[in-house]
Design a protein around this ligand. Structure first.
Ligand code: UDP
Ligand code: MG
Length: 317
């Protein structure tokens, strides 16, 4: 029977947790009583995760599909691959480290049955996260909200359900440096949120290092806004006005017969300031050109070493 609900989970070096994750998903989905599948995307793990995933798949070939990436491509692409392989009419993406409790899936499904095409989990509480992570995440959402036209709900992560209609549009968006959260907001449809408690990681450590978070933030901004490009225009205009004002002031002082106030210090600071503004804007341009460059190469989003699925399963992508 074709699965009605696909559960998609990215897995990267989670040897200590995948079995428990699989078991909890199985319990929940069995209770729900609709045909389901679990797609585990192994994002090039270097520990025992690939072997453990294969064992799980062999033990439950009717429900489990394992997609092994040929190397590590990152969380966003692992989710993307899972959604590509999913066959269900609803697809639930969930982290495999048990921070998003599988027990919340029935709540998402209920809202879907009520007619919502996008149901996202809202982290009403976040346990075991450092103040630094919380503060940077908060700042991140505020900046995105200001700079872009899409509205990403505060406190919504990548734990969500997508209806097939919304999913097919999302699948058609093959951009490379992706921020799936904003992309699901962009597709529209009837969207709603379900609050849940986000638990602390049960084992292992976060794979989202500070540099990866900064990368994600830059992708989010450049992927959904051209406002930074206009920064050059405005800072250029601002500098011009300031320069003119300064010239007029210096002229007046000179005509008044006093010693000019301009010294080497002033010159140096002006040069540094303008040099900084110029380099900054060139850097911003570079970000966008870099994105264009990645797109025009038209490389596949990810490479797959092996797919293991049920009898007769035809991997689609
Ligand atoms: N993950 C992944 N590839 C990566 C990094 C993470 O597939 O390069 C998975 C990871 O196994 C987990 C999820 O993405 O299931 C979220 O990652 P993590 O828990 O490290 O992020 P955090 O919850 O700390 O934001
Ligand atoms: Mg996590």
């Amino acid at each position: 029977m074709e699965p009605q609900i696909s559960v998609v989970a990215p897995v990267y070096n989670e040897e200590a947790l995948v079995r428990e994750f699989y078991e909890r998903v199985t319990t929940v989905m069995t209770c729900l009583g609709e045909p389901w599948e679990l797609i585990l995307v192994d994002d090039g793990s270097r520990d025992q995760t690939p072997e453990e995933l294969d064992r799980i798949q062999a033990g439950d070939p009717d429900h489990v599909i394992v997609v092994h990436f040929a190397r590590n491509f990152g969380h966003q692409l692992a989710i993307t691959a899972g959604m590509d392989y999913a066959r269900g009419n609803a697809v639930v993406t969930i982290d495999s480290d048990l921070q998003d409790p599988p027990e919340v899936i029935p709540d998402l499904v209920r809202r879907w049955h009520e007619g919502y095409e996008v149901v996202y989990g809202i982290r009403s509480e976040r346990e075991g996260e450092t103040w630094f992570k919380l503060a940077t995440a908060d700042l991140f959402y505020r900046v995105i909200q200001k700079l872009t036209t899409v509205t990403i709900p505060m406190e919504a992560g990548d734990f969500r359900l997508l209806d097939r209609k919304a999913l097919d549009y999302l699948k058609a968006m093959r951009e490379h440096d992706r921020f799936v959260r904003a992309m699901t907001s962009w597709v529209g449809f009837r969207q709603t949120g379900v609050p849940y408690r986000r638990h602390a990681r049960k084992a292992g450590t976060t794979k989202y290092t500070l540099s990866k978070m900064i990368r994600l933030a830059i992708d989010a901004i450049t992927g959904f806004s051209v406002l930074p490009l206009k920064l050059a225009l405005w800072s250029g205009a601002g500098a011009m006005v300031l320069g003119l004002l300064l010239a007029v002031i210096l002229l007046i002082i000179r005509l008044g017969g006093d010693a000019p106030l301009a010294g080497q210090g002033l010159t140096a600071s002006l040069v540094l300031f303008l040099g900084g503004v110029q380099l900054l804007t060139v850097g911003i341009l570079g970000e966008y050109i870099g994105r264009i460059y990645t797109e025009v190469r038209r490389r596949p989003l990810y490479t797959v070493r092996e797919v293991k699925g049920p009898e007769g399963y035809q991997p689609v992508p």
